[in-house]
Design a protein around this ligand. Sequence first.
Ligand code: MRU
Length: 320
Amino acid sequence: MLLDQTRLPAETVEVRLETWQEVADAIRTMVVRGAPAIGIAAAYGVALAAARSGADDLGTLRDDVSRAGAGLAQTRPTAVNLTWAVTRMRARADAPHRDPAGLREALRREAEAIHAEEVARCHQIGGHGAELLRAGAQVLTHCNAGALATGGYGTALGVIRSAHRRDPSLHVWVDETRPLNQGARLTAWELREEGISATLITDSTAGWLMAQGKVDAVITGADRIARNGDAANKIGTYALSILARAHTLPFYVAAPTSTVDPGIATGEDIPIEHRRPDELGTAVPEGFGIYNAAFDVTPAANISAIITEHGVRRPPYAFG
Ligand code: MRU
Protein backbone atom coordinates (compact mmCIF):
# COMPACT_ATOMS: atom_id res chain seq x y z
CA MET A 1 0.00 0.00 0.00
CA LEU A 2 1.30 3.45 -0.89
CA LEU A 3 -0.04 6.89 -0.10
CA ASP A 4 -0.28 8.46 -3.57
CA GLN A 5 1.96 11.52 -3.31
CA THR A 6 0.88 12.85 -6.71
CA ARG A 7 -2.60 13.52 -5.29
CA LEU A 8 -1.59 15.25 -2.07
CA PRO A 9 -2.62 17.59 -0.57
CA ALA A 10 -6.02 17.64 -2.32
CA GLU A 11 -6.73 13.94 -1.76
CA THR A 12 -5.41 11.32 0.65
CA VAL A 13 -5.58 8.19 -1.48
CA GLU A 14 -3.87 4.86 -0.86
CA VAL A 15 -3.02 2.65 -3.81
CA ARG A 16 -2.65 -1.09 -3.62
CA LEU A 17 0.12 -2.57 -5.75
CA GLU A 18 -0.07 -6.22 -6.79
CA THR A 19 3.11 -6.73 -8.83
CA TRP A 20 6.70 -5.48 -8.86
CA GLN A 21 5.99 -3.86 -12.22
CA GLU A 22 3.28 -1.76 -10.54
CA VAL A 23 5.79 -0.77 -7.86
CA ALA A 24 8.26 0.23 -10.60
CA ASP A 25 5.56 2.36 -12.26
CA ALA A 26 4.71 3.98 -8.91
CA ILE A 27 8.36 4.98 -8.46
CA ARG A 28 8.70 6.21 -12.05
CA THR A 29 5.53 8.30 -11.88
CA MET A 30 6.36 9.56 -8.37
CA VAL A 31 3.37 8.08 -6.60
CA VAL A 32 6.20 7.39 -4.16
CA ARG A 33 9.23 9.71 -4.25
CA GLY A 34 12.11 10.87 -2.07
CA ALA A 35 15.39 8.98 -1.93
CA PRO A 36 14.91 6.68 1.08
CA ALA A 37 11.23 6.10 0.27
CA ILE A 38 11.94 4.84 -3.24
CA GLY A 39 14.58 2.50 -1.81
CA ILE A 40 12.06 1.12 0.68
CA ALA A 41 9.39 0.78 -2.03
CA ALA A 42 11.84 -1.04 -4.30
CA ALA A 43 12.71 -3.44 -1.45
CA TYR A 44 9.02 -4.25 -1.00
CA GLY A 45 8.79 -4.57 -4.80
CA VAL A 46 11.48 -7.28 -4.77
CA ALA A 47 9.68 -9.08 -1.92
CA LEU A 48 6.43 -8.83 -3.90
CA ALA A 49 8.12 -10.29 -6.99
CA ALA A 50 9.18 -13.30 -4.93
CA ALA A 51 5.74 -13.67 -3.34
CA ARG A 52 4.00 -13.56 -6.73
CA SER A 53 6.48 -15.74 -8.63
CA GLY A 54 5.16 -19.19 -9.50
CA ALA A 55 8.68 -20.68 -9.24
CA ASP A 56 8.88 -23.90 -7.24
CA ASP A 57 12.67 -24.18 -7.10
CA LEU A 58 15.24 -21.82 -5.61
CA GLY A 59 17.14 -21.22 -8.87
CA THR A 60 14.07 -20.07 -10.82
CA LEU A 61 12.87 -17.96 -7.90
CA ARG A 62 16.26 -16.25 -7.64
CA ASP A 63 16.13 -15.50 -11.39
CA ASP A 64 12.68 -13.89 -10.97
CA VAL A 65 13.92 -11.84 -8.01
CA SER A 66 16.99 -10.75 -9.96
CA ARG A 67 14.87 -9.63 -12.95
CA ALA A 68 12.56 -7.63 -10.68
CA GLY A 69 15.53 -6.05 -8.89
CA ALA A 70 17.07 -4.98 -12.21
CA GLY A 71 13.75 -3.49 -13.37
CA LEU A 72 13.16 -1.62 -10.12
CA ALA A 73 16.71 -0.27 -9.99
CA GLN A 74 16.26 1.33 -13.41
CA THR A 75 13.20 3.40 -12.53
CA ARG A 76 15.01 6.59 -11.43
CA PRO A 77 18.74 7.28 -11.78
CA THR A 78 19.83 9.84 -9.17
CA ALA A 79 18.91 8.55 -5.70
CA VAL A 80 21.41 5.84 -4.79
CA ASN A 81 19.06 4.49 -2.11
CA LEU A 82 17.25 2.65 -4.88
CA THR A 83 20.23 0.53 -5.95
CA TRP A 84 21.41 0.30 -2.33
CA ALA A 85 18.09 -1.33 -1.31
CA VAL A 86 17.90 -3.59 -4.37
CA THR A 87 21.51 -4.74 -3.87
CA ARG A 88 20.73 -5.64 -0.26
CA MET A 89 17.59 -7.56 -1.32
CA ARG A 90 19.54 -9.47 -3.99
CA ALA A 91 22.21 -10.38 -1.46
CA ARG A 92 19.50 -11.71 0.84
CA ALA A 93 18.09 -13.77 -2.05
CA ASP A 94 21.52 -15.21 -2.83
CA ALA A 95 22.11 -16.32 0.77
CA PRO A 96 21.33 -19.99 1.57
CA HIS A 97 17.60 -20.84 1.99
CA ARG A 98 16.01 -24.19 2.74
CA ASP A 99 13.29 -23.83 0.06
CA PRO A 100 11.38 -21.22 -2.00
CA ALA A 101 8.98 -20.50 0.88
CA GLY A 102 11.97 -19.72 3.12
CA LEU A 103 13.40 -17.34 0.51
CA ARG A 104 10.06 -15.56 0.07
CA GLU A 105 9.73 -15.10 3.82
CA ALA A 106 13.34 -13.89 4.15
CA LEU A 107 12.77 -11.23 1.47
CA ARG A 108 9.58 -10.00 3.12
CA ARG A 109 11.42 -9.65 6.42
CA GLU A 110 14.39 -7.96 4.76
CA ALA A 111 12.13 -5.31 3.16
CA GLU A 112 10.45 -4.68 6.52
CA ALA A 113 13.89 -4.38 8.14
CA ILE A 114 15.06 -1.86 5.54
CA HIS A 115 11.91 0.18 6.17
CA ALA A 116 12.27 0.09 9.97
CA GLU A 117 16.00 0.91 9.83
CA GLU A 118 15.46 3.91 7.55
CA VAL A 119 12.85 5.36 9.92
CA ALA A 120 15.16 4.75 12.89
CA ARG A 121 17.99 6.55 11.02
CA CYS A 122 15.69 9.55 10.50
CA HIS A 123 15.00 9.78 14.24
CA GLN A 124 18.75 9.72 14.94
CA ILE A 125 19.39 12.37 12.27
CA GLY A 126 16.64 14.49 13.82
CA GLY A 127 18.27 14.32 17.25
CA HIS A 128 21.75 15.20 15.96
CA GLY A 129 20.54 17.99 13.67
CA ALA A 130 18.28 19.67 16.23
CA GLU A 131 21.43 20.54 18.22
CA LEU A 132 22.50 22.81 15.36
CA LEU A 133 19.48 25.11 15.52
CA ARG A 134 19.20 27.94 18.01
CA ALA A 135 15.99 28.77 19.86
CA GLY A 136 13.54 30.66 17.65
CA ALA A 137 15.48 29.71 14.51
CA GLN A 138 14.08 30.49 11.07
CA VAL A 139 14.94 27.56 8.84
CA LEU A 140 14.57 27.35 5.08
CA THR A 141 14.01 23.98 3.38
CA HIS A 142 13.66 22.86 -0.21
CA CYS A 143 11.64 20.03 -1.76
CA ASN A 144 10.24 17.40 0.62
CA ALA A 145 12.63 15.50 2.85
CA GLY A 146 9.91 14.52 5.29
CA ALA A 147 8.08 11.40 6.40
CA LEU A 148 6.65 11.02 2.89
CA ALA A 149 10.15 10.89 1.39
CA THR A 150 11.65 8.48 3.90
CA GLY A 151 9.04 5.97 5.07
CA GLY A 152 8.55 7.99 8.28
CA TYR A 153 9.78 11.07 10.25
CA GLY A 154 12.06 12.56 7.58
CA THR A 155 15.65 13.74 7.26
CA ALA A 156 15.62 17.54 6.85
CA LEU A 157 12.07 17.56 8.24
CA GLY A 158 13.18 15.07 10.90
CA VAL A 159 15.66 17.70 12.11
CA ILE A 160 12.89 20.31 12.00
CA ARG A 161 10.49 17.98 13.87
CA SER A 162 13.04 17.25 16.60
CA ALA A 163 14.02 20.92 16.90
CA HIS A 164 10.36 21.91 17.11
CA ARG A 165 9.78 19.48 19.98
CA ARG A 166 12.44 21.30 21.97
CA ASP A 167 11.48 24.77 20.81
CA PRO A 168 8.01 25.31 19.30
CA SER A 169 8.91 28.90 18.32
CA LEU A 170 10.95 27.59 15.35
CA HIS A 171 9.70 28.82 11.96
CA VAL A 172 10.11 27.15 8.58
CA TRP A 173 10.30 28.82 5.17
CA VAL A 174 9.10 26.29 2.59
CA ASP A 175 10.37 26.62 -1.00
CA GLU A 176 7.54 25.67 -3.34
CA THR A 177 10.06 23.61 -5.40
CA ARG A 178 9.19 24.04 -9.02
CA PRO A 179 8.22 22.31 -11.20
CA LEU A 180 6.48 19.54 -9.22
CA ASN A 181 5.92 21.60 -6.05
CA GLN A 182 7.01 19.01 -3.51
CA GLY A 183 7.49 21.87 -1.05
CA ALA A 184 4.10 23.50 -1.58
CA ARG A 185 2.17 20.24 -1.80
CA LEU A 186 4.00 17.84 0.51
CA THR A 187 6.25 19.70 2.96
CA ALA A 188 3.49 22.23 3.64
CA TRP A 189 1.05 19.34 4.21
CA GLU A 190 3.40 17.58 6.63
CA LEU A 191 4.21 20.75 8.58
CA ARG A 192 0.55 21.64 8.89
CA GLU A 193 -0.29 18.12 10.15
CA GLU A 194 2.49 18.51 12.72
CA GLY A 195 1.43 22.02 13.79
CA ILE A 196 4.81 23.56 12.95
CA SER A 197 4.80 27.26 12.07
CA ALA A 198 5.68 27.57 8.37
CA THR A 199 5.31 29.88 5.39
CA LEU A 200 5.39 29.05 1.69
CA ILE A 201 7.68 31.05 -0.63
CA THR A 202 8.49 30.87 -4.33
CA ASP A 203 11.93 29.39 -4.95
CA SER A 204 13.22 32.79 -6.09
CA THR A 205 12.28 34.45 -2.77
CA ALA A 206 15.01 32.70 -0.72
CA GLY A 207 17.77 35.23 -1.46
CA TRP A 208 15.63 38.22 -0.57
CA LEU A 209 14.61 36.62 2.75
CA MET A 210 18.28 36.01 3.55
CA ALA A 211 19.17 39.59 2.64
CA GLN A 212 16.58 40.76 5.17
CA GLY A 213 18.09 38.57 7.93
CA LYS A 214 15.05 36.32 8.06
CA VAL A 215 16.84 32.99 7.59
CA ASP A 216 19.17 31.42 10.18
CA ALA A 217 19.95 28.16 8.39
CA VAL A 218 19.14 26.16 5.26
CA ILE A 219 18.52 22.44 5.61
CA THR A 220 17.83 19.98 2.81
CA GLY A 221 17.90 16.25 2.19
CA ALA A 222 20.01 14.52 -0.44
CA ASP A 223 19.60 11.89 -3.13
CA ARG A 224 23.23 10.84 -3.47
CA ILE A 225 26.36 11.92 -1.63
CA ALA A 226 29.80 11.31 -3.12
CA ARG A 227 32.80 10.30 -0.99
CA ASN A 228 34.03 13.90 -0.89
CA GLY A 229 30.65 15.21 0.36
CA ASP A 230 29.31 16.63 -2.94
CA ALA A 231 25.55 16.08 -2.65
CA ALA A 232 22.83 15.75 -5.29
CA ASN A 233 19.39 16.98 -4.32
CA LYS A 234 16.31 18.54 -5.92
CA ILE A 235 17.02 21.15 -8.59
CA GLY A 236 17.47 24.53 -6.92
CA THR A 237 19.49 23.20 -3.98
CA TYR A 238 22.81 24.25 -5.54
CA ALA A 239 21.57 27.82 -6.00
CA LEU A 240 20.40 27.86 -2.37
CA SER A 241 23.86 26.76 -1.21
CA ILE A 242 25.41 29.71 -3.05
CA LEU A 243 22.87 32.10 -1.54
CA ALA A 244 23.59 30.71 1.94
CA ARG A 245 27.32 31.18 1.40
CA ALA A 246 26.85 34.74 0.15
CA HIS A 247 24.91 35.56 3.31
CA THR A 248 27.28 33.57 5.62
CA LEU A 249 24.48 31.25 6.68
CA PRO A 250 24.94 27.58 7.54
CA PHE A 251 23.85 25.15 4.84
CA TYR A 252 23.08 21.68 6.21
CA VAL A 253 22.42 18.41 4.39
CA ALA A 254 20.55 15.72 6.35
CA ALA A 255 20.67 12.19 4.95
CA PRO A 256 21.04 8.59 6.09
CA THR A 257 24.15 6.65 5.10
CA SER A 258 22.00 4.73 2.57
CA THR A 259 22.29 7.97 0.54
CA VAL A 260 26.09 7.84 0.50
CA ASP A 261 27.54 6.28 -2.64
CA PRO A 262 31.00 4.93 -1.74
CA GLY A 263 31.56 4.10 -5.41
CA ILE A 264 31.61 7.76 -6.45
CA ALA A 265 34.53 10.06 -5.62
CA THR A 266 32.93 13.38 -6.50
CA GLY A 267 29.59 14.84 -7.58
CA GLU A 268 30.74 14.86 -11.21
CA ASP A 269 29.91 11.17 -11.40
CA ILE A 270 26.34 11.49 -10.06
CA PRO A 271 23.78 10.73 -12.79
CA ILE A 272 21.23 13.52 -13.04
CA GLU A 273 17.66 12.67 -13.98
CA HIS A 274 16.05 14.78 -16.70
CA ARG A 275 12.29 14.59 -16.75
CA ARG A 276 9.55 15.27 -19.30
CA PRO A 277 9.27 18.85 -20.61
CA ASP A 278 5.52 18.98 -19.97
CA GLU A 279 6.15 18.78 -16.18
CA LEU A 280 6.94 22.48 -16.32
CA GLY A 281 3.23 23.02 -16.90
CA THR A 282 3.77 26.52 -18.19
CA ALA A 283 2.16 27.96 -21.30
CA VAL A 284 5.06 28.37 -23.72
CA PRO A 285 5.03 28.98 -27.47
CA GLU A 286 4.59 25.73 -29.39
CA GLY A 287 7.89 23.88 -29.93
CA PHE A 288 9.85 26.07 -27.48
CA GLY A 289 12.85 24.26 -25.91
CA ILE A 290 12.53 23.11 -22.30
CA TYR A 291 15.32 21.90 -20.00
CA ASN A 292 13.92 19.96 -17.03
CA ALA A 293 16.79 18.66 -14.89
CA ALA A 294 15.27 17.19 -11.73
CA PHE A 295 18.42 17.41 -9.58
CA ASP A 296 21.60 19.39 -9.18
CA VAL A 297 24.82 18.83 -7.25
CA THR A 298 25.91 21.03 -4.34
CA PRO A 299 29.69 21.02 -3.96
CA ALA A 300 30.97 19.93 -0.55
CA ALA A 301 32.64 23.33 -0.21
CA ASN A 302 29.20 24.90 0.16
CA ILE A 303 27.98 22.43 2.80
CA SER A 304 28.57 23.47 6.42
CA ALA A 305 27.74 20.02 7.79
CA ILE A 306 26.25 16.68 6.71
CA ILE A 307 23.99 15.11 9.32
CA THR A 308 23.74 11.32 9.19
CA GLU A 309 22.45 8.83 11.75
CA HIS A 310 26.01 8.71 13.11
CA GLY A 311 26.20 12.41 13.93
CA VAL A 312 27.21 15.76 12.45
CA ARG A 313 30.13 15.66 10.03
CA ARG A 314 32.03 18.78 9.06
CA PRO A 315 34.36 19.31 6.11
CA PRO A 316 36.64 17.91 4.84
CA TYR A 317 34.29 15.01 4.21
CA ALA A 318 35.60 11.51 3.62
CA PHE A 319 32.73 9.06 3.28
CA GLY A 320 33.29 5.53 2.20
O1 MRU B 1 12.15 14.03 -7.33
P1 MRU B 1 11.93 13.72 -5.87
O2 MRU B 1 10.71 14.36 -5.29
O3 MRU B 1 12.02 12.24 -5.58
O4 MRU B 1 13.19 14.41 -5.17
C1 MRU B 1 13.33 14.29 -3.80
C2 MRU B 1 14.39 15.12 -3.23
O5 MRU B 1 15.16 15.75 -3.93
C3 MRU B 1 14.57 15.06 -1.75
O6 MRU B 1 15.03 16.28 -1.25
C4 MRU B 1 15.58 13.97 -1.44
O7 MRU B 1 15.16 12.75 -1.98
C5 MRU B 1 15.78 13.79 -0.01
S1 MRU B 1 14.40 12.92 0.71
C6 MRU B 1 14.76 12.57 2.31
